[in-house]
Design a protein around this ligand. Structure first.
Ligand code: GRF
Length: 214
């Protein structure tokens, strides 16, 4: 991976602003990556248009056309493998994965989640942070394991919650920090600085005790 660019497949379900941050990094050459494919489980989403505009091959695999999660994920695994990626990036991919799919890409699949994990895995993270009166919120990038939003952490970005913040303003402000956080982590992976062993994150060969703050 050091001599050639890291081949990245991005999985999306929606707007794809994190995908756009990665595309921009590839285009302006701050990221040593080649986004070789974008796969969406929803047809017609804006993220697909972003990929097409950048000339990146896309694939729609509509989960509604499959009878079971197992059949869908089996096919998803095949579609990902076709792109022969070094790294699979989940960027707003809103599907729970089977253990088989997770296992197939162990140590080379990343997710970004809009909370300071281990706080608030799952949905409605901005609402939960507000309801609990938290003073800070943020986003986390982690290796994907079978535990939903529970794989070993790599890095986080934090924001202060203001008195006048709403779910919407928090969502917008979180996305802004995500667009720096995710490219940074992807670049670390591309440089070979990140590894996953024994369910732990290693950075530059050392076990990462605390997530990096970006
Ligand atoms: C992000 O906030 C990410 O943390 C979460 O889903 C959102 C995706 O947004 N997993 P986008 O599709 O990248 O705009």
């Amino acid at each position: 991976m050091t001599s050639s660019k890291c081949r990245v497949v991005v999985l999306i379900s929606g707007s794809g602003t994190n995908l756009q941050a990665l595309i921009d990094g590839q285009l302006n050459q701050t990221l040593a990556i080649d986004i070789v494919g974008v796969i969406s489980n929803r047809p017609g989403v804006a993220g697909l248009e972003r990929a097409e505009k950048a000339g990146i091959p896309t694939k729609v695999l509509d989960h509604k056309t499959f009878d079971t999660r197992e059949e869908f994920d089996w096919q998803m695994e095949r579609e990902i493998i076709k792109f022969d990626p070094d790294l699979v990036v989940l960027a707003g991919y809103m599907r729970i994965m089977t253990p088989e799919l997770v296992k197939a890409f162990e140590g080379k699949m990343l997710n970004i989640h809009p909370s300071l994990l281990p706080k608030y895995p799952g949905l409605q993270t901005h609402r939960r942070a507000l309801e609990n009166g938290d003073s800070e919120h943020g986003s986390s990038v982690h290796f994907v394991t079978e535990v939903l939003d529970g794989g070993p952490l790599i890095a986080q970005s934090r924001i202060t919650i203001n008195d006048d913040d709403t779910e919407q303003t928090l969502g917008e402000r979180i996305k802004l920090v995500e667009h720096k956080l995710y490219p940074q982590v992807v670049q670390w992976f591309a440089e070979g600085r990140l590894a996953f062993e024994n369910n732990q994150t290693f950075f530059d060969g050392k076990k990462l005790e605390q997530p990096k703050q970006v």
